[in-house]
Unconditional design. Structure first.
Length: 252
């Protein structure tokens, strides 16, 4: 055991650390409230948009608007990794990194082994993790995005991703992020972004379907809605991650 002077220095050091972590907790709690409010407002809109889109898409037999649903032979894969820009958030980033590798090993092992899996890093920590890992090319980095998270900033990223899919550079695009449940719980989640998962037909909705009149046309409306839904859903995942990050930091 150390002498009395060392013990006193240790007490001072611990008290100083407590003051810092207490201040961090207060800041994270305030940010969490704002982030939680944004995601709870966005979720119903995103879900309703997807539901409405599903009902319209199921009624289209063959249309150019369905190009976003078309499953192609996979030649190259893109994985979007959403992490935080800063640490001190417990296992928030490390768990997600492990989930990315698990997903790739499970679904894209043959493409991973032949260097046909690329990454987009949204968040500095994800970029750093996979730069050190060195197994995949990071084709785009988006750091400091969460300092001022806006739909316009998210739209710029997802528009580029959608263009890459349409040109055929990538045949499958997944997004991996931490889904927000509450202040103490976040779930590493993998979602298929493109091709858009085919919505299941709702038998009840079909039985009570309304014969709408579409202007200019059903195809034009669906085409616009799919693009909008992709952008809204991408922004939702960023909001989920942002809220989960503040909850994880406050808990840590």
């Amino acid at each position: 055991m150390g002498n009395l002077k060392e013990v006193r220095q240790r007490i001072v050091s611990v008290n100083s650390t407590q003051q810092i972590t207490r201040a961090m907790k207060v800041v994270s709690a305030a940010k969490l409230r704002r982030a939680q409010q944004r995601i709870t407002q966005m979720r119903p809109y995103a879900l309703k948009l997807q539901y409405m889109l599903g009902q319209l898409s199921n009624s289209l037999e063959d249309s150019d608007a369905l190009k976003w649903y078309k499953v192609r032979k996979i030649n190259r894969v893109l994985v979007i990794v959403v992490t935080s820009d800063r640490g001190l958030a417990g296992s928030f980033n490390s768990q997600l990194g492990k989930e990315v590798l698990r997903n790739i090993e499970a679904d894209y092992k043959e493409y991973y082994s032949t260097k046909k899996v690329d990454l987009i890093a949204v968040g500095k920590k994800g970029r750093d993790i996979f730069k050190r890992h060195g197994s995949m090319d990071i084709v785009q980095e988006n750091v400091s995005l969460f300092q001022n998270l806006t739909f316009e900033a998210a739209d710029e990223i997802i528009s580029w991703i959608m263009d890459q899919y349409l040109t055929g550079k990538y045949d499958a695009i997944d997004i991996v992020y931490n889904q927000f449940r509450n202040a103490a719980v976040f779930i590493p989640t993998v979602e298929r972004l493109l091709p858009v998962p085919v919505p299941a037909k709702d038998a009840k909705a079909t039985a009570h379907a309304v014969d709408y009149i579409f202007e200019p046309s059903k195809e034009a409306i669906v085409s616009e809605l799919i693009a909008k839904s992709l952008k809204v859903n991408f922004f939702r995942t960023l909001l989920e991650s942002n809220a989960a990050e503040h909850g994880a930091r406050m808990t840590a």
